[in-house]
Write a protein that binds this ligand. Structure first.
Ligand SMILES: [Zn+2]
Length: 160
């Protein structure tokens, strides 16, 4: 298979990319961001060729679904809201995809941190020991299963 290069940032596009088809050929774009920037740059270009301005374009989405637009402006408008919507979804996913990590520090305290999908680590709290953490957990209002699993993780990390 020939390499497919993104028309915006010139990198090789992943399998799940966007493909724009017009009269001349196919244009590949990595993701919703590349598609949006490329389409807006083209649609707002001064002295844009009349033929490009008015011809219909077909867009193939990463899920293979196809959409047709009357012209590049229509595609640019759709691509902008699509990119903003995707960014919002990704932000939501990052918020959800964190996990708690428990570590015993050199000082013998229990360190509780969160790790997000992007790999950043945030310390939430430091407890004297795992019992101090467990005592607070029991007043947290969480359901018994969640308390049980958090307590288990903390005990395991603390080694008691
Ligand atoms: Zn790209």
């Amino acid at each position: 298979m020939k390499r497919r290069i993104c028309s915006y940032d010139m990198v090789e596009v992943p399998d799940e990319s966007y493909v724009v088809t017009d009269d001349i050929g196919e244009i590949y774009l990595c993701d919703s961001r590349c598609l949006c920037i490329w389409a807006v740059l083209l649609a707002t270009k001064p002295n844009l060729d009349e033929k490009i301005k008015t011809q219909a374009v077909t867009l193939r989405l990463p899920n293979r679904e196809e959409m047709t637009f009357d012209n590049i402006s229509g595609l640019a408008l759709w691509a902008t809201s699509n990119a903003l919507h995707r960014a919002e979804i990704e932000r939501e996913r990052d918020k959800m995809l964190f996990k708690l990590a428990f570590n015993k520090t050199i000082q013998g305290t229990l360190r509780v941190s969160t790790t997000t999908a992007r790999g950043s680590d945030h310390v939430l709290a430091i407890y004297d020991n795992d019992e101090a953490f467990t005592r607070l957990l029991e007043h947290s209002g969480l359901d018994a299963d969640t308390i049980g699993s958090l307590k288990g993780s903390a005990e395991l990390a603390y080694g008691s």
